[in-house]
Each structure stands twice: as C-alpha cells, then as structure tokens.
Design a protein around this ligand. Structure first.
Ligand code: NAP
Length: 353
C-alpha cells in the first residue's frame, strides 16, 4: 500500500493553544522500524497529564496518545518480526511520529506485538500501555532499571514461581491494576488481594484477584492491613503493586509490607524514607518501552506477549468506543481526568475523523 503524503492528527500546535486536527507528514520507516495504520487508539492518563503540563513538551507541534492497534503498512529493510498486513498493537514511544492520536505511526518494529485473529483492534489497543506499565517494574531484569526483580512468567522457571507468596494490587480495577493482576497470577502469587470500587469487584476477580476489598480502606491503613492479614494469614505479602500511587495509597501499601517486601509505584515515591527505614524496596515504574533503558527487555516482553495473547492467558481490558474519531478525544480527556471512566478504556477510531 502506498503511504499518503499526509494524514490527520490531533495536534498541540503551541504551548498555549488547544488541541487541533491538522494534516501532518506521514513518516517513512527507518531500517528497524515499521509504519502502522492506526485503526484504534486508546486513552491513558498520560494523555491528560501532557494536556495539563504542556511546559514538559519539548518539540512543537506535538502529538500525544500512547496506545494503538492497527495494520502494518510499511517496514524498514531490516525488519523480520512483522510484515505488511500484520495486525498489531503498539505503544506510543513519546515522539511526535510514534504517538498514537493520528492515523499513521512509526514504531520500533520489535515493539509491535502481533494480535490473535480473534482479538478486535479495540480490544488490542487497551493493552498497549497498561501491560508494559505492569510488566516493566515487576520483571525488568536490570541493570538499567530498578524493578521488583521477579522472574518473568515467560522465562524458564518463571510461571508459577511465586506460589506460596501473597501479592496486593491497590487500584485493582485500574488499567494498570488489571494487567498487574493477570501477570502476578501467572507468576503464581496467591492470594492476590486487590482494592476497587465495589461495582468493579466482579471485573477485578475476573482479571486474577482472589479477594477484592473496598478501595476506601486505603484511607485507613490499619484497617486495610487487618483485612489483608485476615485473608493472607501467615502468607507473607511479597509485593504490593500500587496502581494509584496517591499519598494515601502509598502509605497504605507500605503498611502491608515487612522488611524484604517490595512496593511498586506508578508515580514518584512519597514514602521512600519510611520504606528504606523499614527495609522495604521501592520501585517507581516506567512503562515506556521505547526508553533506551527498557528497549531490550521490552522487545523480549513483546515476543512473549504475542504468545500469551494467543493462548489467552493475558486478556485485553474492556474497550468502550467513543464515536467521532480524533475529534472526540478532547472530550474524552476531560471525562477521564474527571475520574468518570471506571473499569473500561475509552478508545477512538482515527479514520472516523
Ligand atoms: N509510571 C508509568 O509509566 C505509568 C504508566 C501508566 C500509568 N501510570 C499511572 O497509573 C495510574 C493508573 O493509570 P491507569 O491507566 O490504570 O488509569 P485508569 O484505568 O484510568 O484507572 C482509573 C481507576 O483507578 C482506580 N483508582 C484510582 N484511585 C484509586 C484508589 N485510591 N484506590 C483504589 N482504586 C483507585 C479507580 O477504580 P475504581 O473505579 O474501581 O474506583 C479508577 O477507575 C495513573 O495515575 C497513571 O498516570 C503510570
């Protein structure tokens, strides 16, 4: 398929401007890159973070969007893992050409995961950012990154390795939480205790939690600890994955851990000093596969993810399609930022634009 010279993108035109639909140049692939026609893009909190923190944007005009699925339409001369016509999911790589609120993106080919024939593009797009955001801080083998240092479930001896140890996922119904639950289950942790809003209890159980506690308990760490101890008994809590990482959830998560445990956060640590005093390891996760420190492990994870999607051991999140294409995204961002999206992921079809 011949690439168009230009395509539609949702663009931050300047530091003080609003999001605008614009024609932008369609890139060509470098040697190890591919161009993906974006059938679906999904919204993630980083999108509204950039919307509210434009001072952090270094190249203007800029495009955000960190999750997509679509079809490979061009490949570089040194690409072997994907070919034209493959259906793939892709994470935005924090560049204007790789971010996903547009109709065509350029990606590192080794970070494109082929998706099963039975999986819709809408489902696939939900996976692209939450999965690495759970996996990298839990399983990155280092030394470029501090992680929980667990053996990944696709590596030899990794599947089921942590049987007999307990894990907690705070914000179990969040996108990253639902992915963390699935991977921790593959790792063998049991029980896996999650917090969520009561209406998300069935959903959270379906992604791998063995027990779900009301999220309001994280406001009273002693009560949460008592409930977790009632479930886990004498089984030690080895890891807490905090998918919210507010000041309150960090405090509550730390209260669940003894020396030797690991607290995984998705935002900067506010409890580092207390954790260190207690002998608890703190991991501040970065789920961005394109960052140089993550590239090698991200490629390994992407190959493994293809297998796990095919065998159905990792499931997508629940997509909700917002009609209107790229033009509908600004309203979606406001909706997400206001906390009105619960237990599902908003997705958009750029070619409806
Ligand atoms: N460091 C990184 O690389 C990275 C990567 C991805 C995401 N993140 C961060 O991770 C966080 C979650 O992202 P996401 O994509 O998973 O967002 P999301 O899908 O929009 O998650 C929102 C859900 O989180 C749950 N939640 C929020 N606060 C909670 C609390 N105090 N206790 C229990 N549940 C709570 C709520 O579930 P209920 O509806 O059940 O209440 C809410 O519906 C965001 O802050 C995001 O910025 C960081």
């Amino acid at each position: 398929m011949a690439l168009p010279q230009q395509h539609q993108a949702l663009v931050f035109a300047s530091a003080d401007g609003s999001l605008q639909l614009q024609g932008v140049d369609t890139p060509t692939p470098g040697e190890t890159e591919a161009i993906v026609k974006v059938e679906t893009t999904a919204m993630n909190p980083a999108d509204w973070w950039f919307h509210d923190n434009r001072a952090s944007i270094k190249e203007w005009p800029y495009i955000v969007g960190f999750a997509a699925s679509g079809t490979v339409v061009a490949v570089g001369t040194n690409v072997r893992n994907v070919k034209l016509g493959d259906r793939v999911l892709a994470q935005g790589g924090f560049t204007k050409q790789s971010n996903t609120f547009q109709q065509y993106i350029r990606s590192f080919a080794d970070q494109l995961a082929k998706i099963p024939a039975s999986m819709s593009f809408d489902e696939a797009a939900t996976i692209a950012t939450p999965a690495p955001s759970a996996v990298l801080p839990l399983y990155h083998p280092g030394p470029t990154v501090v992680s929980a240092g667990l053996t990944a479930p696709w590596r030899p001896g990794g599947r089921g390795k942590y049987a007999g140890q307990a894990a907690v996922v705070l914000a179990g119904a969040s996108s990253v939480g639902q992915m963390a639950l699935q991977f921790l289950k593959l790792s063998g942790f049991s029980p896996i205790i999650a917090t969520a809003s009561p209406h998300n209890t069935p959903l959270t159980l379906s992604y791998g939690a063995t027990h779900v506690l009301p999220r309001t308990l994280s406001d009273t760490p002693a009560e949460l600890a008592a409930e977790v101890a009632r479930v886990a008994g004498s089984t030690p809590i080895a890891v807490v994955y905090d998918g919210a990482s507010t000041a309150a959830t960090q405090t509550a998560g730390l209260a669940l851990l003894a020396a030797g445990g690991t607290l995984v956060l998705v935002h900067d640590a506010e409890v580092r000093a207390e954790a260190e005093a207690k002998g608890v390891k703190v991991v501040v996760g970065s789920g961005v596969m394109a960052f140089p420190k993550n590239r090698t492990f991200a490629a390994e994870f992407t190959r493994a993810l293809e297998g796990m999607l095919e065998e159905g051991t990792i499931k997508p999140l629940v997509p909700e399609v917002v009609p209107g294409g790229l033009g509908a995204i600004p309203e979606g961002l406001a909706f997400g930022k206001a906390g009105k999206v619960s237990g599902k992921k908003l997705v958009f079809h750029p070619f409806e634009t």
